[in-house]
Design a protein around this ligand. Structure first.
Ligand code: NAD
Length: 378
């Protein structure tokens, strides 16, 4: 089986989908791996290192795509790239399938088997393939580092002959994978940390990291079988905003990470709440790519509202591209290895397996994923 790794088509993407360590593993399993020349450039990994790991290096991206039986990437392909792919070939990357109707339709008509890494089910066996978790973890870390750099205060308490400086206060809204890492990072830097999430199970996790859980009675909330939050009603969201306004107003840093699987991010921090914060405070909106948790946050921008800085940068894992690539590549390699047919040296799309059932979106001209078919009214 020919596995190809073209460079990403997304402008500014710094991550690489496969690193030499995992090329070597796939080659050892019997795959023919080809990578586009310059794949590791942003990570300072030379073509040579890929070649030494057993990959062939392709200068022509189009030819690489045309010959591939499987393509591994960070993000979606361009439309003309899908046109070039062989029928029955497999494309694996993040695909944002709930928002990419045209792409999914193109995969379907071109008879590509498209695998969405977002849709890998959250079962124990698939944790090693879970790019949402591996990348969210890094995003949580980066969010605190960014905030610390933009804040004109320090995070830890300092007792010095020149006086005592009190620790900065960090408020984390949404305590999934990214939020937990943000709490842990802020604690390591010495901040006082508070956090809130609508899923009640989170309270213990917050406390175990030494942070305070902000209690707001929202009535019935809960989570899905995959551990994702259920959407709140507009009334519940209003109670949440009122309950959090005080915590925001007294914080130097607010980090928002609230997401709803397959839906736009909830709008949690209103303009009034932003204006209630002290000038010089910093908000990092990690959900900005999914619509944003904070009124006024804009993708790839730092917006100033009466001295409060709202940071809405996308692709935070891309700012630590070496480790982000290492983890992403490992997740992809684990997926390929899990379904590798050792004798026939090919990826086995085993539709009896719940991982394959969960993550394959299109196959042989059909939308085979129930959730996505339903989403598009199929
Ligand atoms: P996510 O990225 O979908 O959402 C981030 C957080 O936002 C979640 O904790 C969610 O509850 C919260 N949120 C949603 N609406 C909110 C609101 N209005 N106000 C405040 N918070 C709000 O979630 P995630 O980080 O991908 O993970 C969610 C859970 O799944 C976590 O507990 C995680 O540990 C668990 N998980 C399990 C597995 C597994 O394999 N079993 C893998 C990954 C994650």
């Amino acid at each position: 089986m020919k596995i190809a790794v073209p460079k990403d088509a997304h402008p500014g993407e710094t991550r690489a989908a496969l690193i030499p360590e995992h090329v070597a593993k796939l080659v050892k399993a019997g795959a023919e791996v080809s990578v586009e020349s310059g794949l590791g450039q942003t990570l300072r990994i030379a073509d040579n290192s890929y070649a030494e790991a057993g990959a062939s290096i392709a200068a022509d991206r189009n030819a690489l795509i045309e010959k591939a039986d499987m393509i591994l990437r960070i993000r979606k392909p361009l439309p003309d790239e899908v046109d070039r792919m062989k029928a029955d070939s497999i494309y694996i990357s993040l695909l944002d399938p709930f928002n990419e109707r045209e792409l999914i339709e193109q995969f379907r008509t071109q008879k590509i088997s498209a695998i969405s890494m977002e849709m890998i089910p959250r079962i124990t066996r698939a944790q090693k393939m879970d790019v949402l978790s591996s990348q969210a973890n890094l995003a949580g870390y980066v969010s605190v580092i960014l905030a610390a750099e933009r804040l004109d205060k320090i995070l830890p308490m300092m007792m010095t002959p020149a006086g005592t400086i009190s620790p900065a206060k960090v408020f984390v809204i949404g305590v999934g994978v990214a939020g937990l890492q943000a709490i842990a990072t802020a604690k390591r830097l010495g901040a006082r940390v508070e956090a809130f999430d609508t899923r009640p199970v989170v309270e213990e996790q917050v406390k175990s990291l030494g942070a305070r859980f902000v209690k707001i009675d929202l009535g019935e909330t809960g989570q899905t079988k995959d551990g994702y939050a259920k959407a709140l009603t507009e009334e519940q969201l209003q109670i949440q905003r009122e309950g959090m306004a005080k915590a925001c107003a007294s914080s130097d840093v607010v980090i928002t990470t609230a997401q709803l699987f397959g839906r736009p991010a909830p709008r949690i921090v209103t303009e009034e709440m932003v204006r209630g914060m002290q000038p010089g405070s910093v908000i990092v909106d990690l959900a900005v790519e999914g619509g944003g948790n904070v009124a006024g946050s804009q993708i790839e921008q730092e917006v100033d509202v009466d001295g409060v800085r709202i940071i809405g940068l996308g692709n935070l894992p891309g700012r630590v591209a070496v480790h982000a690539s290492q983890m992403f590549s490992s997740n992809l390699c684990n997926l390929v290895e899990e379904f590798w047919h050792a004798e026939e040296k090919r990826f086995d799309l085993d539709f009896d397996d719940e991982i394959i059932q969960g993550c394959v979106i299109t196959h042989r001209g059909e939308i085979v994923n129930e959730m996505i078919a339903k989403h598009y009214g199929g």
